[in-house]
Design a protein around this ligand. Structure first.
Ligand code: NQM
Length: 355
């Protein structure tokens, strides 16, 4: 067993993960990944020999460091630790784990709370995509305030609000918002919208897959025929989205859409990419909301769009709704924001079983 490594276990939005300072873990990528697989107990579907919770949503890592870049406070690298494969991926970003980065940076002294104010803004460089997020964390003059009244769907109890604002996330991994230049393409005989506004997503109409789109996640996960069609489609779309061979990658995400049922703009079920998300990812929701706002996409045709230059788009998912605020200037998207919460669960040492 190794000596312990300092880490904080936090809920960020509707995900959970370990937050490390960059200097505390191995700098060599191979060593780092070996360490993380051991700590999380992967590969094993229960992750019984580690801290992972047996789901991609609870098998996540944030690596945080102070930034030397101008106008940036901290840098955040997101890593997805696979549950049942010996794989650690830096291929995707995660907007849920991002929600804990501001609080963690303040806890570890990388950012000082604002004197005499009830909130502190933390400018975060997201290393996975090279873009910037601004997190607003509730603080006193000396510490983070976690308790609060903000409830997000997918988390049973309220905490203090952490608004996250994104300035320029279009084409985060695919190079442009619509990687093929088209709002709709036909791939493997199915009409799809491929889009990347923070997260590469492939959007398919539920009716084209001969499902309703309102099924429980477990029912969809057990539908092996559906999963086979989605995986073949994902691999074809990956090439078209400039992502190359995606068979061992966690992007693109596959989002099945149908008309909203509870006053939102659209209803979703998202495969991330093999398990069906119990809600929806942050950047995934931003990408789907953006598709709804374009006029020719799969989504636009079945969604209801709010009026005004600032649009509050509620994306429905299996555990409720995720609200995205999209602001326009001169008919172009100027910024996107989302409200999240986070909670410190445990602060201490984590042990790998490597010598
Ligand atoms: O899309 C799950 C999550 C995510 C990622 C996933 C996320 C995002 O819910 O920004 O947050 O899509 O793998 O944590």
């Amino acid at each position: 067993m190794s000596n312990g490594v300092s880490a904080m276990w936090m809920r960020g939005g509707t995900s959970k993960g370990l937050y490390f300072l960059k200097d505390d873990i191995p700098s060599d990528k191979k060593e780092r990944d070996k360490f993380l697989l051991s700590v999380f107990g992967s590969p094993d579907k229960l992750q019984i020999n580690g801290v992972g919770g047996g789901s991609p949503l609870t098998s996540k890592v944030a690596i945080v460091s102070k930034s030397k870049k101008q106008n940036v406070d901290v840098e955040y690298l997101f890593l997805q630790v696979s549950v049942d494969e010996a794989l650690v991926s830096d291929m995707q970003n995660c907007g849920n784990i991002l929600a804990g980065v501001g609080p963690f940076s303040i806890e570890r002294g990388l950012v000082k709370p604002q004197e005499g104010k009830s909130e502190t803004k933390v400018k975060i460089f997201m290393e996975n995509t090279g873009q910037i997020a601004i997190a607003t964390v509730q603080t006193t003059s000396s510490k983070v305030v976690y308790d609060g009244n903000t409830q997000i769907d997918g988390v049973p109890r309220p905490s203090s609000a952490i608004p996250l604002e994104f300035l320029d996330i279009a084409g985060s991994m695919c190079g442009r918002l619509l990687p093929t230049g088209n709002q709709i393409d036909t791939v493997n005989g199915l009409n799809v919208t491929m889009i990347d506004n923070g997260m590469p997503c492939v959007i398919i109409k539920a009716s084209d897959l001969k499902i309703t789109g309102y099924e429980d996640t477990e029912v969809l996960e057990k539908n092996l025929e559906l999963r086979k069609i989605l995986e073949e489609l994902r691999k074809s779309c990956g090439q078209l989205m400039n992502l190359g061979d995606v068979s061992k990658k966690t992007v693109p995400k596959m989002t099945i859409v149908s008309t909203s049922k509870a006053g939102g703009i659209i209803n979703t079920r998202t495969f991330i990419p093999h398990r069906c998300h119990s809600s929806i990812g942050v950047f995934g929701a931003v990408s789907i909301a953006t598709a709804c706002l374009l006029d020719q996409t799969i989504t636009a045709k079945i969604s209801s769009i709010p009026n005004g230059d600032t649009k509050i788009c509620s994306v429905e998912h299996p555990s409720g709704q995720t609200q995205i605020v999209v602001s326009f200037k001169d008919k172009e998207i100027s910024s996107t924001a989302i409200l999240r919460t986070a909670r410190k669960l445990l602060d201490g040492l984590v042990f790998s079983d490597l010598n």
